[in-house]
Design a protein around this ligand. Structure first.
Ligand SMILES: CC(C)(COP(=O)(O)OP(=O)(O)OC[C@H]1O[C@@H](n2cnc3c(N)ncnc32)[C@H](O)[C@@H]1OP(=O)(O)O)[C@@H](O)C(=O)NCCC(=O)NCCS
Length: 199
């Protein structure tokens, strides 16, 4: 049995009462840390790795078919998000993968496509982040923003609008508030997990 299959089996046993929608793609299973929380109404496919204490909420789709998706630790992906990647082409043979660092908060109904978000980033509700965008540490994209392909958002900047532009730097208080939200989601995930575990 491959490492990926083993993780899948262990994960299925942990969630005996709540079957989790985790599927292989071309023989590759998602690799999910046993301490991550995946709500049973989320769908995770293929070349996806999720680190410890991260959480994936109802209605999320993470489809790692034509490229890799890597999600770090203590990162929350809230309800209804869609995460996908871009396949290789003659122009760009390796395509574009999707990477989320540690302590990242992704608000409800966000679409992330083949982009890279570093640690401590926050993406507001309903935002869309397109291919090859890089969002550096501690930066934020506000609710409803559209970040167009290839944009590089420097550390700690706040970007809003469609197309998104820098509006200002984030304050220390705002960075701390984002960290509080991230920690809250880590705790909340544990409560949801316990609520689903048979007594
Ligand atoms: C951007 C945000 C952080 C507020 O920043 P702020 O600087 O405190 O903004 P303010 O509320 O003082 O508003 C300043 C201006 O920006 C506008 N604004 C606020 N949020 C905006 C957004 N997401 N997109 C566009 N404009 C926005 C306000 O309307 C206001 O405009 P005005 O000066 O013409 O009246 C907040 O609106 C946001 O997007 N939060 C995301 C929350 C979220 O999605 N959380 C995830 C779930 S936990």
């Amino acid at each position: 049995m491959s490492g990926g299959s083993l993780v899948f089996v262990i994960f299925s046993i942990l969630f005996l009462e709540a079957v989790v929608a985790i599927y292989p793609f071309e023989g590759i299973f998602p690799q999910i840390h046993p301490q991550a929380f995946i709500h049973p109404e989320a769908v995770i496919i293929g070349r996806v790795r999720i680190g410890a204490l991260s959480s994936v909420w109802p209605g999320v789709v993470i489809r790692g078919d034509v490229n890799d998706i890597e999600i770090g630790e203590k990162t929350n992906i809230q309800d209804g998000c869609v995460l996908h990647v871009t396949r290789g082409t003659p122009d760009r043979p390796s395509g574009s993968s999707l990477t989320l660092g540690n302590h990242v908060t992704i608000g409800h109904q966000v679409t992330l496509h083949a982009c890279r978000l570093l640690d401590d980033v926050m993406v507001g509700i309903g935002a869309i982040v397109l291919d090859r965008v890089v969002i550096n540490k501690g930066a934020m994209v506000g609710a409803g923003a559209l970040v167009s392909p290839g944009k590089q958002i420097p550390e700690r900047e706040l970007w809003l609008g469609s197309p998104a532009k820098k509006v200002r730097d984030r304050t220390d208080d705002e960075i701390r508030a984002s960290a509080t939200i991230m920690e809250h989601y880590t705790v909340l995930a544990g409560i949801h997990r316990d609520s689903m575990t048979p007594p």
